[in-house]
Design a protein around this ligand. Structure first.
Ligand SMILES: Cc1cc2nc3c(=O)[nH]c(=O)nc-3n(C[C@H](O)[C@H](O)[C@H](O)COP(=O)(O)OP(=O)(O)OC[C@H]3O[C@@H](n4cnc5c(N)ncnc54)[C@H](O)[C@@H]3O)c2cc1C
Length: 487
């Protein structure tokens, strides 16, 4: 998540302006499908989108149902508004406020499934059904094998995103919590509240309490910092009243290997963030390397290179690094007969596209020359655009998807204008109603930046329903405190 560009009001307002259109699409699609059953078979192109994240969801809602047959394949049947996940993980917001069900888009087809492989020659995707309750765990592929079937496409949009990178560090995959979907947020909320209950037992020693109520965050990018800030608010505003005797044992530490946190911000804003954290009692340990996590009874023991002894923690939230989706890894490594090999970005391992977001094939020779793979496009975190270096952010993913869907609606390809990213700035919440915001136009910090931060996320939430639900939950939290129910 380092290098993230935070979303800002204007781009999300732009996205949200599609809402009525999505509804209109759904209605006209229903109308169109009625006609299709009574008249000639549809001659519309089948556009298949892989993934229901920022890129896939934005593409599906922007594609015109009157011009295309819209098919979405994703293991999860919802879109997750990732910037609000940290708020849901501490009960500031209800989980539902951060998701949008994909089926509300009124698509022609939706398959809750994984794309396992793609036959570019025959324009066919091999798909495996995801039979698991998807909200609870969408981050990793399950062991259980689902039914397999094929889906044909005329045009294919690959938008499968990235996975969390664990750098092969022992115990991270098994014991750390990730924060990439609403199921992850729910797991964190349950574990934090459970740590307080366990610490409150008369049988728990003070030494054990100190470990249980130490919350470690690995990664000093915007996501790690925002989670630490939200957790601080939960403890300070709500849990301190319920467990007053436990307060002296609570601690939050952010670890990062870099010399400073929030490297994408200007040094004054990053220093303000560090100072704010210090005042709030959140420890920031830069140039610290986590080398192992192991479980010991109720707690996790962290081995940190720079610390003389293992450090105990109730929970470790892992928020650093991205790795390629296994499908992308397979695609860039296989050579399809009669088609060729997909070009791979040597730095990120992502799929290389040209500025029109068309997937590129490796050329002959040293591979620097590429050719276009017809009718296949890629957008979002899993891609790398030739001649550009975009950060892996929602802002880039959504803008690319909207650009591409509009091109497909127009039926343009080679002759179209190349994609141009509009950077709307970066922002991060710091706790206690303070934030930082940086853009070409201005830099803001403190309460004013917090108001902007909240306004931006509200205006950018996708549905009218969530635009109503989010402020309602903010008010409920403000009056009655955060939701600390466990279920
Ligand atoms: C907690 C958090 C907070 C963030 N905050 C911000 C922020 O404030 N601003 C910002 O700009 N960015 C933010 N980001 C980054 C942003 O969320 C990502 O850049 C964005 O999600 C990328 O969109 P994407 O569509 O490429 O991938 P994703 O959103 O990851 O979506 C990938 C989709 O593909 C599906 N998929 C995976 N494998 C397959 C397969 N084999 N077949 C079919 N489908 C598949 C997944 O289930 C998912 O639906 C945040 C990220 C996190 C985790």
């Amino acid at each position: 998540m380092d290098g993230l560009t935070r979303i800002q009001c204007r781009s999300l307002m732009k996205l949200s302006s599609h809402v009525p259109r999505a509804t209109a699409h759904a209605i006209s699609r229903r109308h169109a499908s009625t006609l299709a059953t009574t008249n000639a078979p549809s001659t519309k192109e089948r556009v298949v989108i892989l993934g229901s994240g920022w890129a896939g969801y934005a593409a599906a809602r922007t594609l015109s149902p009157s011009k295309t047959t819209r098919i979405l394949i994703s293991p999860r049947s919802h879109f997750a508004f990732t910037p609000l996940l940290a708020s849901t993980s501490v009960g500031t917001l209800e989980f539902r406020a951060a998701i949008e069900p994909v089926r509300r888009l009124g698509l022609d087809e939706f398959h809750q499934a994984w794309a396992s492989s793609i036959d570019f020659k025959n324009k066919t995707i091999r798909v495996e059904a995801n039979l698991r309750g998807d909200v609870s765990a969408a981050t990793n592929r399950p062991e259980i094998k689902g039914e397999e079937f094929d889906v044909k496409y005329d045009k294919l949009v690959i938008a499968v995103g990235c996975y969390s990178q664990t750098f092969g560090i022992e115990g991270v995959k098994e014991h750390a919590n990730f924060l990439r979907d609403v199921g992850d947020a729910r797991a964190i909320r349950l574990q934090v509240l459970q740590a307080f209950e366990t610490a409150d037992l008369p049988t728990t020693s003070d030494e054990e309490r100190k470990k249980l109520l130490h919350f470690a965050v690995v990664g000093g990018g915007p996501t790690g910092i925002e989670f630490a800030a939200e957790l601080h608010d939960l403890i300070k505003d709500d849990l301190s009243r319920m467990y007053p005797k436990l307060q002296k044992h609570c601690a939050i530490t952010v670890y990062d290997i870099a010399p400073k946190v929030l490297p994408m911000f200007d040094s004054k804003l990053a220093a303000y963030a560090t100072e704010t954290f210090k005042r709030q009692g959140i420890r920031v340990k830069t140039e610290h390397h986590l080398t192992r996590i192991r479980r010991q009874g109720h707690v996790l023991m962290l081995q940190i290179k720079e610390e003389p002894e293992e450090v105990g923690a109730g929970i470790v939230v892992w928020s650093t690094g991205l790795m390629q989706n296994p499908l992308v890894k397979t695609l860039v490594e296989s050579d399809t007969e009669g088609v060729g090999k997909i070009a791979k970005d040597p730095r990120t391992g992502g799929i290389v596209t040209n500025p029109n977001l068309q997937v590129q094939l490796q050329g002959a020779g040293d591979g620097s020359e590429t050719t276009t793979l017809k009718d296949v496009y890629a957008v979002g975190d899993c891609t790398s655009v030739q001649g550009a270096s975009y950060p892996a952010t929602a802002q880039v993913a959504a803008q690319q998807a909207v650009y591409l869907a509009k091109q497909l609606n127009r039926g343009e390809r080679e002759a179209s204008k190349p994609f141009k990213f509009k950077n709307w700035g970066v922002m991060t919440y710091l706790g206690s109603w303070r934030a930082i915001h940086q853009s070409e136009a201005d830099n803001l910090r403190g309460w004013a930046a917090w108001v902007l931060w909240r306004t931006a996320y509200l205006t950018r939430s996708m549905s009218v329903r969530n635009k109503i639900m989010i402020p309602v939950y903010w008010v409920i939290t403000w009056i009655f405190g955060r939701d600390i129910s466990r279920f």
